[in-house]
Design a binder for this molecule. Structure first.
Ligand code: ZN
Length: 393
C-alpha cells in the first residue's frame, strides 16, 4: 500500500503491546482532560489500570512535557497525593476547515482549550494559491504563539479524497485539496506535521472532545452543508476506512430511480438533503410559480423523508448510542429538519428507548475544532514520538 492513499494514522504501529500502551496513554489523558486534575491513585481507579502502569505512563508523559504535577492535595491522613494535570502550555495545534467559499481556523492548546478563532471568505484558485493561503494562516499563528510549540496543523475539507467521480468536484469541495498528497506539500512549506481529514470525520472528533459526545464512544455524525457527509466514531476512535472516506453518507442511495448524482449513481441522499439540493429545488419551484414558503416546506418534507430512510440504515449498520446532526448550516434549519423527521423509522436503536438524534451544539465550529484535535491527539497518543514518532501523513 502506498502511504499517499492512506489516512495519516496508517503509519501507527500495529504491534499489539504498543497499541495497548497507546490506548492506556489515551485513557489517562482523556481522564485528565475530562476531570481536570487527578492523583495517580485516582487515575488508576478512573481507568482501571494498575497503579504501576499509571506511574510508568505518567512519568513518560511528564518527560514529554504533556502533563505536569501541580502540587500536593490536602488529605485527611497519611501522605497527601500529588495532583497531575495536562500541561496546556506544553504546545498548541492549528485546525483549519476549508470549503470552496469559506474557511474557519482555530488554535487550541494541549488541554483542548480554544485560544483563537478566525474565519472568512476564500479566493484561492490554483493549487499553489491554496497551499500559500494555508501556509499564511500557519505563519500568522506561529508568529504569535511560537514556532517551537506548534504541534501541527489539522486540515479538513469536504471529501472524498483520492477518488475520481465522473462529475467532480463534490459540492463545496476544493479539488486542489482532495488528495492526501497535499499533506507532504504543506509540510514542505510550513515545516510542521500536517493531518488531513474529511470535515465530517473531524466534526465527529470535535463533538467527542468539545461537544455532545464527550462521554459517548459509539456515534455517527451527520454533516450537512453544500453536500452531506458522515463521521463514524467506534469505541471512542474515529473510523476512517482505507482512504479516509468512511461515512460518505451523502451517497447512500435513497431511490435508485431518483435524480442523477455526480458520483454516477442515482437518488443519493445528497440529491435530497444538502444546500445545493435545496437551491435546485427552490429554483425549480420558483420557475413553476410556487411561493417560496410553500416550496421550502415541501423541500424540508422530502429532505426529512430521505434522511429518515438513510438514518435507519446507519443505525442498523453501526448500532450507535446516538446520531448527531450538524454542519455548515444555520441551527434554525436543523431544528426544522429534526421537527419534520418526527419519530424515526424502526431500527436496532429503537430498543434504547431515548433520543436517538441530537443536534450539534458546536455548529460550524465543530470541523475546525476537530481539525485542531488531530495534532493534539497524535501528540498525546504517541507522546511526542517517544514510541512511534509522529503519526502524521
Ligand atoms: Zn452519489
Amino acid at each position: 500500500m502506498s502511504d499517499q492513499t492512506n489516512p495519516e494514522h496508517s503509519k501507527a504501529s500495529t504491534n499489539p503491546a504498543t497499541q495497548i500502551r497507546r490506548q492506556n496513554r489515551r485513557m489517562l489523558l482523556h481522564a485528565l482532560r475530562v476531570r481536570g486534575s487527578l492523583s495517580r491513585a485516582e487515575l488508576a481507579r478512573a481507568t482501571g489500570l494498575t497503579p504501576q502502569a499509571v506511574a510508568n505512563i505518567i512519568s513518560d508523559l511528564i518527560a514529554g512535557g504533556l502533563v505536569r504535577e501541580t502540587g500536593r492535595r490536602k488529605a485527611p491522613r497519611g501522605q497527601p497525593p500529588i495532583a497531575i494535570e495536562i500541561a496546556g502550555d506544553g504546545g498548541y495545534a492549528i485546525g483549519i476547515r476549508i470549503d470552496d467559499t469559506h474557511y474557519h481556523a482555530v488554535v487550541a492548546d494541549l488541554s483542548g482549550s480554544l485560544i483563537e478563532m478566525i474565519d472568512g471568505p476564500v479566493t484561492a484558485k490554483s493549487e499553489s494559491d491554496w497551499l500559500d493561503f494555508i501556509a499564511n494562516i500557519h505563519a500568522g499563528f506561529t508568529a504569535r504563539f511560537g514556532v517551537d510549540r506548534c504541534l501541527g496543523l489539522g486540515l479538513v475539507t469536504p471529501g472524498p479524497f483520492d477518488v475520481t467521480w465522473p462529475g467532480v468536484p463534490s459540492p463545496g469541495a476544493v479539488p486542489a485539496l482532495q488528495s492526501r498528497a497535499v499533506a507532504d506539500a504543506l509540510t514542505a512549506l510550513t515545516g510542521v506535521d500536517i493531518f488531513i481529514e474529511n470535515d465530517a470525520t473531524a466534526s465527529a472528533l470535535g463533538e467527542k472532545l468539545y461537544g455532545e459526545a464527550g462521554d459517548i464512544d459509539d456515534f455517527f455524525y451527520i454533516f450537512v452543508g453544500e453536500g452531506v457527509g458522515g463521521g463514524i466514531v467506534i469505541g471512542g476512535e474515529p473510523y476512517r476506512g482505507l482512504r479516509g472516506n468512511a461515512g460518505e453518507f451523502g451517497h447512500f442511495i435513497i431511490d435508485p430511480a431518483g435524480p442523477s448524482c455526480y458520483c454516477g449513481n442515482r437518488g443519493c441522499l445528497g440529491q435530497y438533503l444538502s444546500l445545493r439540493a435545496m437551491r435546485a429545488f427552490l429554483a425549480k419551484a420558483e420557475a413553476a410559480g410556487e411561493e417560496t414558503e410553500a416550496a421550502t416546506k415541501r423541500w424540508i418534507e422530502q429532505a426529512a423523508e430521505a434522511l429518515s430512510i438513510a438514518l435507519a440504515s446507519v443505525e442498523n449498520l453501526l448500532d450507535p448510542e446516538m446520531v448527531i446532526i450538524g454542519g455548515a448550516v444555520p441551527p434554525a434549519f436543523l431544528k426544522e429538519l429534526i421537527a419534520e423527521l418526527g419519530d424515526l423509522r424502526p431500527s436496532v436503536c429503537q430498543a434504547q428507548g431515548r433520543k436517538r438524534l441530537r443536534m450539534s451544539a458546536l455548529g460550524e465550529r465543530s470541523a475546525a475544532l476537530g481539525a485542531s484535535a488531530l495534532p493534539i491527539l497524535a501528540a498525546t497518543t504517541a507522546a511526542n514520538g517517544l514510541e512511534d514518532g509522529p503519526a502524521s501523513h
